[in-house]
Design a protein around this ligand. Structure first.
Ligand SMILES: C[S@@+](CC[C@H](N)C(=O)[O-])C[C@H]1O[C@@H](n2cnc3c(N)ncnc32)[C@H](O)[C@@H]1O
Length: 287
């Protein structure tokens, strides 16, 4: 029997819909919530000053539905307000920790194709945060799934190994981490860094803030196995759900706007049809 992939896009306010989901049922949450105030004209922004207060009841539900071994990835970037970076993301991190989350890691999404521009007191913004939160220190992580080619680094660095490179170099900061560069001689793949170089997808005329498929894909591979459950409480055009189904993961998405639900259903439907055609999975899109 072929494995089944179930995708469930839901119309509604995630503040309500999340309450209906089962506790400890999700392996990975990947999401990009509305940015503070940024896109008020398209889908109702939240003011930067109220952002933390708005987000905390949502993250409380996310904490409840996530399995103890699961991971929550939050794509966010503080906007500039009155000439300086607003501090709501920093405040949010502190409050999430008080709520019970561990702030385990921060990845940077380097937007390789950000368009040129000139501002009087800053340069163009080419990166966003991908904050990683967990419920406990031991969580599922499949590092081999995201290894990258060794690349040019090997040529220059491994050819001229210093004495330190040939023994284990313990961290000078006493973190307990160390490295032995010589261990990597002869290998063609290495673990990636925490900077993800991905282009934004500019061709989507139907939703103004999609993230590239490569972004949820990287985290889905890193933190889940086929058959696991992925949740995006701010699903937008359904990028997370489409990628999850392509990778054989089940998924739930929530969006408050009917037009985005319809867009997701349509694009997801095409994805599921493709999966059925190549005969690997049985697929279901819940109504
Ligand atoms: C930044 S977009 C997400 C884009 C998505 N990552 C994609 O690739 O298409 C945020 C989405 O959150 C939705 N949204 C805003 N408030 C919401 C709420 N309270 N509950 C559910 N969805 C909400 C918006 O309609 C919007 O589509």
């Amino acid at each position: 029997m072929k494995p089944e992939v179930i995708s469930n896009p839901i119309l509604g306010d995630c503040r309500k819909v999340l309450k209906t989901l089962e506790a400890d049922s999700v392996d990975l949450i990947v999401t990009s919530p509305p940015y503070a105030d940024r896109r008020q004209h398209t889908y109702g922004g939240v003011s930067p000053d109220e952002y933390v207060e708005w987000f905390l009841p949502i993250s409380k539900e996310l904490l409840r539905v996530l399995k103890p071994t699961g991971t929550f990835i939050l794509n966010i970037k503080e906007r500039v307000a009155e000439g300086e970076r607003h501090t709501y993301v920093i405040e949010l991190i502190l409050e999430l920790r008080k709520q019970g989350w561990l702030w385990t890691e921060e990845f940077i999404w380097h937007k390789k194709n950000s368009y040129p521009g000139k501002w009087p007191n800053r340069f163009r913004d080419s990166w966003e945060r991908l904050l990683q939160f967990n419920k406990q220190r031991q969580f599922n992580m499949y590092q081999e799934e995201v290894m990258v080619p060794m690349g040019d680094w090997a040529e220059s660095r491994l050819r001229n190994l210093s004495k330190t490179d040939q023994v284990r170099d313990e961290s000078k900061a006493g973190s307990g981490f160390g490295k032995k560069v010589a261990n990597w001689i002869g290998r063609d793949k290495v673990y990636p860094t925490n900077v993800l170089h991905m282009a934004t997808e500019t061709g989507n005329k139907n939703h103004s803030a999609v993230f590239p498929e490569a972004l949820p894909e990287w985290f889905i591979k890193l933190f889940t196995k086929p058959g696991d459950m992925v949740l995006d409480p701010f699903m937008g055009s359904g990028t997370t759900l489409r990628v999850a189904s392509r990778l054989g993961r089940n998924s739930i998405g929530i969006d408050i706007k009917q037009e985005y639900l319809e867009l997701t259903q349509e694009r997801l439907g095409l994805q599921l049809q493709l999966l059925e055609e190549n005969g690997k999975y049985e697929t279901t899109q819940s109504e």
